[in-house]
Design a protein around this ligand. Structure first.
Ligand code: PMP
Length: 398
């Protein structure tokens, strides 16, 4: 992890040595007994990480986060259905566009400003006024660094008799989420973020209600994004038996068994392991927040409660642009990202802090130094030592 710059963008992220070793192995047959056992373990691990409810099914298929979003939209919604999207940025807006293309009537409930969250009362009103079949929200929108609170949104959907779907691509396995307690219907992600794998797998858990909704669709989705033929395959793997619908990403599936085991390694009790995992991401985020403040940087999210623990989206200081800053930071050992949300793309930059690095304070401190040094090279007056001290104090006390 040290010879090349650290990958500190909000996905793909640094992966552990054990996951890298698993990815480096030669491909296995999707029917090989050791592969079937590993895939089954990975799916069982997902159920624990997600805190999946009774009757829910975990899915791991070749693809991206975008494919997971499309699959959720197309397996729950028939053309003509009403849906509500609570958007906090670029990926919420993408979800709305996907749903429109599926033929849904979309009511978009947006935040009052970029960096804030939509009002829950407005979401409730939209659900009631439209008789929506489902509510879609992005747990952490990677374009704004905004985290929604899934609790009142899932409750709003439940009260309205609607399904709830959460895009967890930049949150799952890092931000607190209890699918069973929330009564959520789909929680989806991709392999390249806090799951800690390279890109290439779409992952989600669908509730029994979500599965029944797919079975009752009048307009089935295209076969490649239909979860119904995958369901018996996932169930077979969990029962230790091979099965086929479409070839799984066997190398990534093998690595997923390693990655999910690592996520749950903190405690023998999976519930406690997840508390520790969420706390590690919170501690990391609070360390970075203290360092940013010491450098005079401002976060794009408008309040602490709506600020993600998985990445920092920051305003660029006056006179600094990302094309100049990013190479300076990279030369100092960390790869960070520019802005993404169209409204603030030129004025923001982003630092990801998910996965294995949360247990490596040396990597986190290196990132603080690289950003401080990069800003200084761009003519900003920053005190790197003060930023590191602020990081250490917040990281250690969190
Ligand atoms: N949703 C969110 C919140 C994301 O951050 C991303 C990727 N950055 C996606 C969806 C899309 O995932 P992918 O790039 O794997 O298609």
């Amino acid at each position: 992890m040290s010879a090349r710059p650290l990958l500190m963008i909000p996905g793909p992220i640094e992966i552990s040595d054990a996951v890298a070793d698993a990815v480096a192995e030669r491909p296995r047959a999707h029917t090989a007994p050791d592969f079937v056992a590993a895939y089954g373990r990975a799916l069982d691990g997902m159920a624990q990480i997600w805190r999946a409810p009774e009757g829910a099914v975990p899915f791991a298929v070749p693809g991206s986060g975008t494919l997971a979003m499309e699959t959720a939209a197309s397996n729950l919604i028939d053309p003509g259905d009403a849906v509500v999207v609570a958007s906090t940025g670029y990926f919420g807006d993408r979800m709305a566009e996907m749903l429109r293309r599926r033929g849904a009537t979309v009511t978009l409930v947006q935040a009052p400003t970029v960096g804030d969250v939509p009002d829950v009362a407005a979401v409730r009103e939209a659900l009631a006024a439209t008789g929506a079949k489902a509510l879609f929200a992005t747990h952490v929108d990677t374009s704004t660094g905004v985290r929604i609170d899934p609790v009142p949104l899932a409750a709003a959907a439940r009260d309205a008799g609607a399904l709830s779907v959460f895009d967890g691509v930049c949150a799952t396995a890092a931000e607190a989420f209890d699918m069973a307690a929330l009564g959520a219907d789909v929680y989806l992600t991709a392999s390249q973020k806090a799951i800690g794998l390279p890109p290439g797998m779409a992952l989600w858990v669908a509730s029994a209600r979500a599965l029944a909704t797919r079975a009752a669709l009048t307009s089935p989705p295209p076969m490649s994004i239909d979860w119904q033929p995958w369901q018996p395959v996932m169930e077979a793997y969990r029962a230790g038996k091979p099965s086929y619908f479409s070839t799984p990403a066997t190398t990534l599936g093998w690595a997923l068994a390693v990655g999910t085991t690592e996520i749950l390694a903190g405690d023998a009790d999976p519930a406690k392991a997840m508390e520790l995992r969420w706390a590690a991401h919170r501690r990391t985020a609070l360390g970075f927040r203290a360092a940013w403040a010491a450098m005079g940087l401002r976060l794009l999210p408008v309040r602490d409660e709506v600020t993600a623990h998985t990445l920092s989206a920051l305003w660029l200081p006056d006179g600094v642009d990302a094309p100049r800053l990013l190479p300076e930071v990279r030369n100092r050992g960390a790869i960070i990202a520019g802005g993404l949300h169209p409204a603030v793309r030129e004025r923001t930059f982003r630092v990801g802090h998910m996965g294995v690095v949360t247990g490596r304070p040396d990597a986190l401190r290196l990132t603080v130094s690289a950003v401080a040094g990069g800003l200084a090279a761009c003519g900003v007056s920053v005190d790197e030592a003060a930023a590191l001290n602020a990081f250490d104090a917040a990281f250690q006390s969190a």
